[in-house]
Design a protein around this ligand. Structure first.
Ligand SMILES: O=C(CO)[C@H](O)[C@H](O)COP(=O)(O)O
Ligand SMILES: [Fe+2]
Length: 228
């Protein structure tokens, strides 16, 4: 559920800099900090796993110097085990990689956690939750893609909601501890549905950077249904 005993929202918001102006990254980080958001989501794309390229570990290290907010690195790269050490070194707090891109996913989770970084596993819209079931007792984050990865500003895929409920139920039944993070097409409408289904963290790129008042936007996502 997305509120605690005191009725305070426990939903966390992770703006993605994918929709920021990369020539003005410090001002984008400032916008995120001023908004009251919880994490900064950093989309690393390699042009192979997804048909787009973004940035690498230097950008993550440079952003690390600007903020103490948790840096949530989303690796959309083939064979992430090769590059995981680069992102550990660059100061990431969380490293999430794709199940579809990594043969030895369990080993990659151990590699990340051995560096005291939170480890996440992600699935694209066509991958079922069952594909990552053997990892659910050891990961810190499950990132469910609600669009096909590669680009911001796409439309939310509704079948994601069922995956979120399935993951929330599986966690309760097993006493596991992962955060359920949803990435792609999040806005106030889809955010409300995702919160009700059991999401813990909402990533928002285009909607966050288009919002005229980022702090108001973050509050509205955290408190679905409330007038803010
Ligand atoms: O991983 C991603 C794309 O692959 C981005 O994090 C995601 O798409 C966020 O952008 P938006 O909120 O505009 O959908
Ligand atoms: Fe992402």
């Amino acid at each position: 559920m997305y509120s605690n005993d005191m009725g305070v929202s426990t939903l966390r918001i992770a703006p993605s800099i994918l929709s920021a102006d990369f020539t003005a990254i410090a001002s984008a980080i400032d916008r995120i900090e001023q908004s009251g958001a919880d994490w900064i989501h950093l989309d690393v794309m390699d042009g192979h796993f997804v048909p787009n390229l973004t940035f690498g570990p230097k950008m993550v290290a440079d952003i690390r110097k600007l903020t103490t907010l948790p840096l949530d690195v989303h690796l959309m790269v083939q064979n992430p085990d090769i590059s995981i050490p680069w992102y550990i070194e660059s100061g990431a707090d969380h490293i999430t990689f794709h199940s579809e891109a990594c043969v030895h996913a369990h080993r990659a989770v151990q590699q990340i956690q051995a560096a005291r970084v939170r480890a996440g596993i992600s699935i694209v819209p066509s991958t079922p939750v069952a594909a990552i079931e053997p990892l659910l007792d050891c990961v810190d984050i499950v990132l469910v893609m609600s669009v096909n990865p590669g680009f911001g500003g796409q439309q939310f895929i509704p079948s994601t909601l069922q995956k979120v409920s399935q993951l929330a139920r599986a966690r309760d039944n097993a006493g596991a501890r992962y955060d359920i993070v949803i990435d792609g097409g999040v806005n106030q409408g889809t955010g409300q549905q995702l919160a009700a289904a059991g999401a813990d963290v909402l990533v928002s790129g285009s909607a966050f950077f288009q919002a005229p008042e980022p702090a108001r936007f973050v509050q509205a996502l955290k408190n679905p249904g409330a007038a803010v």
